[in-house]
Design a protein. Structure first.
Length: 255
């Protein structure tokens, strides 16, 4: 079993060890996940006239590959070289090419990507909740803002922590991004930490530390970073019932 990093310390992407990266695609369950959300993101980004998209939490590439297959010019970014290596392998296997793929910490996203600007930025699969420090979230969102062209769109997806904290953990699993035969649930859940445990068919266990980010707080952070017209979806639909969705998607624009 891989011990989770101490919350509040270290770069949380260091939790994605080579062996966890090997298991990640089983966890994601590409087919069912893309059947559920692929068309939604393609349509949302496409309807905005976007062409150049950066996936800043590419992981093993589920969304980056799907967007590239849909014809977007995709740059795949992740803090973890282990995950990015898998994303490159998956792109090759699915017969698509990324415009670029780079390891970058979100806190330095704009420095790593240089003067490049994108029409859309995605941070999906509950990734942004890997940041534990308020100022780090502000720094990361400012960096995301800067890599978008004026008028560009950012999409951040996260678990519905409000419901978990207020009403306890229960998942309909319809919108959970886990593949068949992977058990997932919180090993620890309170205001400052959601430690999730993943148990695979062969008995392998991994834990990940997440910060239980509330929806209103993220909206506030997006506005604080300069984004406007923040819209929210619950399990890819709007309007939605705040206590009856597993995931929340926030869409925001650079003016
Ligand atoms: N989006 C992918 C998916 O849905 O399968 C991956 C999701 S995984 C929960 C979160 C990803 O965010 C990991 O690949 C991790 O390495 C990356 N990550 C976490 N913190 C990061 C940071 N500060 N900078 C860059 N990447 C980070």
């Amino acid at each position: 079993m891989t011990e989770a990093l101490n919350a509040n310390t270290g770069k949380q992407y260091q939790q994605y060890t080579p062996s966890f990266a090997d298991y990640w695609d089983d966890l994601v369950g590409w087919e069912s996940r893309l059947a559920r959300e692929g068309a939604f993101y393609n349509r949302l980004i496409g309807s905005h006239g976007a062409h150049k998209v950066v996936d800043i939490a590419a992981g093993t590439g589920v969304n980056a590959v799907s967007l590239a297959k849909a014809g977007f010019e995709v740059t795949a970014v992740d803090g973890s070289e282990n995950m990015l290596a898998k994303a490159r392998e998956n792109a090759q296997q699915y017969g698509v090419q990324f415009a670029d793929s780079r390891a970058a910490d979100w806190l330095e996203l704009d420095k790593t990507l240089g003067t490049e600007q994108y029409d859309a930025l995605v941070c999906l699969g509950n990734s942004f909740t890997h940041l534990f420090d308020h100022e780090d979230r502000r720094t990361a969102l400012r960096a995301m803002f800067r890599v978008l062209r004026p008028g560009g769109m950012a999409i951040i997806d996260q678990r519905n922590y409000d419901d978990m904290l207020d009403n306890g953990y229960s998942s309909k699993h319809t919108y959970c991004y886990t593949g068949d035969g992977v058990d997932v649930g919180p090993a620890e859940l309170h205001r400052t930490l959601a430690k999730f445990e993943y148990v695979f068919k062969d008995g392998a266990r991994f834990q990940l530390n997440m910060y239980p980010l509330r929806q209103d707080y993220l909206t506030h952070l997006l506005e604080d970073a300069g984004f406007i017209n923040v819209e929210r979806y619950g399990d890819l639909q709007k309007p939605y019932c705040r206590s009856d969705v597993d995931f929340v998607q926030q869409v925001a624009f650079r003016p």
